[in-house]
Design a protein around this ligand. Structure first.
Ligand code: MV4
Length: 541
């Protein structure tokens, strides 16, 4: 049976609405991505920008741009009422929220529609239904979508928690009903710990969400995080578009995503796809959404939650499914019908590396500064979804994700080789980035065989960071080391003072390309990766 079915209670087809101009209530790479989709559909785009984003790529890319306030998001990108006023003032007929910011605020979706604008996202009621994790579980259960054994009601007290923990068997997980993203979560492995764990989970939930409701689930050990993309139109059609493997994460931040997953067979893809579509339909879902699942090593899968937005990692699905998801968000919003009813067979393999301004060598501490040099990878099967340019100032007001590097190739092995090649081509000077981390990941044996779980990266990270820098970083570092040695002796590069040149020539070759350890950056001694690499290199030189 096809995953696309008309739901029996479908209302009369809504009248198609014209989409001439879209305001994008976001910034960075996702704003640029949405502007590209608008342009391809002949839709005008309006960017908004804070003081920190004057002249940013999304501002330059859009047809119009409106200043909306100071750098802090609370005074700019999060001012929903103001954004709606701006949309009306410029004559936009729709708002696209991107991800983050206001994208999953029920009140904003409702306010946009109440203002007579088209909301490019799911109905406010679906956002609300999936926003409560217990409500989402209730919906999933009703839809026949497998969920982790557990409750759908808040726990009353520790005695009840204890009784349920005995019923499900230890370990159990206490979770905030209003939660998501791991806040207000406690693993309990010993019944004696349950009372204090419940107390702290409730306090954390209250602080983070203003709601101390906590429920209990059996804790699934060592699973993968696999999510299913869905698209639903306004005419009752809902299709699944395969899975994304998202297990490579750290502190609930995904680092690398791919499609398909080595752990998902065609049969499992069909089962998980049908389960995701059933949950989406139960929520009255329209537009693009994602059902998150835990997948254990036996192939059992459990619905966790539904993300009611376009996600950061949507490009890997676009590449293997041959579908432009953001274009379809716009088409669905203006009333178009989905053009096919079956999940396509994934074509090849796609991998996405999140390029963040974080310093892997320094606990992934956010790095700030001005991007003094940016050289982008290109060539076969390479896609760059970025929100930065040379001269961009990276501060602390927003998320550290600067861009996504995405590759597509016929097989997973070729995709890894292609990603490594593209990472080598990438040059970002001025801030520390996750680039070197990703290079190391592409060489990691567990990653290369996808022998991973949601806990894998955090356990393996110390070892990955302790390894020798990539060959290519090392080569450039030898040159840097040589030049610094020369400088220390009072020589100047290019003057033919000999010290170090031999080492540079032997080990260097054409090495300076593609390294973040450039000898030319203003103060390379501040670049900890570069410094580490240089020391390594000098030791060997
Ligand atoms: C779980 C789980 C194990 N067992 N539930 C993390 C945030 C929220 N989305 C749900 N999460 C988890 N729920 C049960 N019953 C493990 C996690 C989890 C996780 C899930 C997806 C991706 C990364 C994760 C990292 C740690 C824990």
């Amino acid at each position: 049976m096809s995953a696309a079915k008309k739901s029996s209670g479908a209302k009369a087809a809504p009248v198609a609405r014209e989409l001439r101009k879209v305001l994008i209530a976001n910034r960075g790479e996702i704003a640029v991505r949405i502007i590209r989709a608008c342009r391809e559909l002949g839709i005008q785009s309006v960017a908004v920008y804070s003081d920190a984003d004057t002249g940013a790529p999304h501002v330059r890319a859009a047809d119009e741009a409106v200043h909306i306030g100071p750098a802090p998001a609370s005074e700019s990108y999060l001012r929903g009422d103001h954004l709606i006023d701006v949309a009306k003032r410029v004559g936009a007929d729709a708002i696209h929220p991107g991800y983050g910011f206001l994208s999953e605020r029920e009140w904003f979706a409702k306010a946009v529609e109440d203002a007579g604008l088209i909301w490019i996202g799911p109905p406010a009621s679906a956002i609300a239904a999936m926003g409560s994790k217990t409500a989402a579980r209730t919906l999933a259960i009703k839809a026949g979508t497998p969920v982790v054994p557990g409750t759908t009601e808040a726990l009353k007290d520790a005695a009840e928690a204890k009784k349920l923990a005995q019923e499900f068997g230890l370990p159990v997980l206490l979770k905030a009903a209003a939660g998501g993203g791991g806040k207000g979560m406690r693993v309990v492995r010993d019944l004696n710990e349950i009372e204090s764990a419940l107390g702290s989970a409730q306090r954390e939930a209250k602080n983070a969400f203003g709601d101390d409701a906590v429920y209990i689930e059996k804790y699934i050990e060592g699973p993968r995080h696999v999510e299913i993309q869905v698209l639903a139109d306004k005419h009752g059609n809902c299709i699944s578009l395969g899975e994304r493997e998202c297990s490579i994460q750290r502190r609930h931040q995904k680092m690398i995503e791919e499609a398909p997953s080595v752990a998902v067979s065609p049969e499992l893809r069909k089962k998980m796809g049908d389960a995701a579509v059933a949950a989406a339909k139960a929520a009255g879902y329209v537009n693009a959404g994602t059902c998150e699942f835990l997948l254990d090593k036996h192939g059992n899968f459990y619905f966790l939650e539904m993300n009611t937005r376009i996600q950061v990692e949507h490009p890997v699905t676009e590449l293997v499914m041959g579908i432009d998801l953001v274009q379809w968000q716009l088409r669905i919003a203006r009333g178009e019908t989905l053009p096919f009813l079956e999940t396509p067979k994934p074509n090849g393999w796609a991998i996405e590396c999140r390029i963040t301004s974080e310093d892997p060598a320094n606990g992934f501490l956010p790095s700030t500064g001005r991007i003094t040099h940016l050289q982008l990878p290109a060539g076969p099967g390479v896609r760059w979804d970025g929100g930065i340019t040379t001269g961009s100032v990276v501060g602390l007001s927003y998320d550290p994700m600067l861009a996504k590097l995405i590759v597509h190739a016929p097989t997973r092995e070729l995709a890894i080789a292609r990603m490594e090649r593209a990472l080598r081509e990438l040059v970002i000077h001025g801030v520390e980035t996750s680039r070197e981390f990703h290079l190391r990941m592409m060489a990691d044996e567990d990653y290369r065989t996808s022998n991973v779980t949601i806990q894998w990266l955090e356990a393996k990270l110390p070892e990955i960071l302790a390894r020798k820098p990539s060959e290519e970083t090392l080569r450039a570092a030898v040159i840097a080391g040589a030049l610094f040695a020369q400088k220390d002796r009072g020589g100047r590069p290019g003057t033919g003072v000999a010290a170090g040149q031999g080492a540079a020539a032997t080990a260097g070759g054409s090495a300076a390309t593609g390294s973040s350890a450039s000898p030319l950056s203003a103060d390379p001694s501040r670049a900890s990766w570069a410094e580490q690499a240089r020391r390594e290199a000098l030791r060997g030189a």
